[in-house]
Write a protein that binds this ligand. Structure first.
Ligand code: SF4
Length: 95
């Protein structure tokens, strides 16, 4: 059986924390209640709980995929780069 990776879509996740209650062996929460998931394959013995965590996520933000997600958490506001390459907060242009 191929590896399965638990991924979270940060654009959907609203930080309920329910997933970490169901699967504390693989999901931790950050200080704001958003999940932190290892990019390693979900151990086989946790796949059933992983599927359950996915099914109860009220935001449909969790998925079990054949590869780790390339989406990471959004960058902190002070480091976001704009379309023109400028860093937020560092632009001298008026808004
Ligand atoms: S249950 Fe879903 S919405 Fe809630 S923290 Fe987990 S992934 Fe995010």
């Amino acid at each position: 059986m191929s590896d399965r990776f638990l991924n979270v879509d940060p654009t959907r996740c609203v930080g309920h924390g329910l997933c970490a209650e169901i699967l504390p062996e693989a999901i931790a929460l950050d200080d704001w209640g958003f999940p932190i998931i290892a990019s390693t394959p979900l151990p086989r013995w946790l796949r059933r709980q992983g599927a359950r965590a996915r099914s109860v996520c009220p935001a449909l933000a969790l998925s079990l995929d054949g590869q780790p997600s390339r989406k990471g958490p959004p960058p902190a506001p002070s480091t976001r780069v704009g379309a023109g390459g400028e860093t937020a907060g560092a632009s001298s242009r008026p808004h």
